[in-house]
Design a protein around this ligand. Sequence first.
Ligand code: TXA
Ligand code: MG
Length: 319
Amino acid sequence: MTARTLDTTEEGLAKAAAILTAGGLVAFPTETVYGLGADATNDRAVARIFAAKGRPHFNPLICHVPDVEAAAEIATLADKASALAESFWPGPLTLVLPRRGDGGLSRLVSAGLPTVAIRVPAAATAVDLLRRFGRPVAAPSANSSGRLSPTTAQHVLADLGAAIDAVVDGGACDIGVESTIIGFADGRPTLLRPGGLSVEAIEAVIGTVAQTEGSGDPGSVVAPGMLASHYAPRLPLRTNAAQARGGEVLLGFGRAAPPGPNLSKTGDLIEAAASLFALLHELDQGNATGIAVMTIPDHGLGRAINDRLKRAAAPRPAC
Ligand code: TXA
Ligand code: MG
């Protein structure tokens, strides 16, 4: 695959929206950095983001929407979040908010967490694309895992040109660093990642913002999502299982699996990643005593799936 370069005319953006609708990947400019966009309501499209970036784990992604009304359809904005949205959206601010159950978002977007990161970008091209597409767009920075965030379409093409469907070339990004991320765990505003909007500006609106350990250190911008306690199923989980024991339910993979829930009957790792969180949630609601997951090949998206399963299987802290 070689990415097409689209321009910011009506025709270019209509093509970009059509690719998103078809479940494809489109990189697009925001005022911070270029994002690698996919339909945030489509599990498979979101799984393709992780495959294209070569991410060894499922970091939760930011959902981009054109305005605060669209944000309120997928998440709940309490007082302080509303005040920040009012003051700084559109702009380089991301809010981590409780997900709404009826918002239609892929569970993979927030890596199984009960929260979702949302941003209303200011760049005209991004807003225009979001309005045309009409659904939330999941978009991490459009670079492969471990590489620098791109601020031009050329950066995106050099790095990911072979892995994505298209890039909308809107020239260089104005701000050039990622958005500032604020979360509200326990209702307390907390800085999860410093970025394009200053903490001073935020504190002028909502008062003191707590700093997470190391969040003032630019080296810690790697994975604020890892700071949040990740979703772990209620039931104990066992990996590399050949069959279910006792009251366990077996979560299969591939053709060799017995009949029953299966991450991908054809052994397709993108499909497996797309259904992982939804299937874990579903099995967790059932009446089994545990979840036994068959071996998943440890390459491509299989690495991210195995990383996630290892965390879900790890001993739980006593509570
Ligand atoms: O400026 C930006 O924010 C760019 C543009 C494209 O919008 N996007 C961006 O996305 O930097 P990304 O995926 O590279 O960084 C998003 C960060 C991740 O490190 C992730 O851990 C965190 O946001 N995050 C996303 N959802 C979260 C959640 N529910 N809880 C905690 N952290 C979350
Ligand atoms: Mg990034």
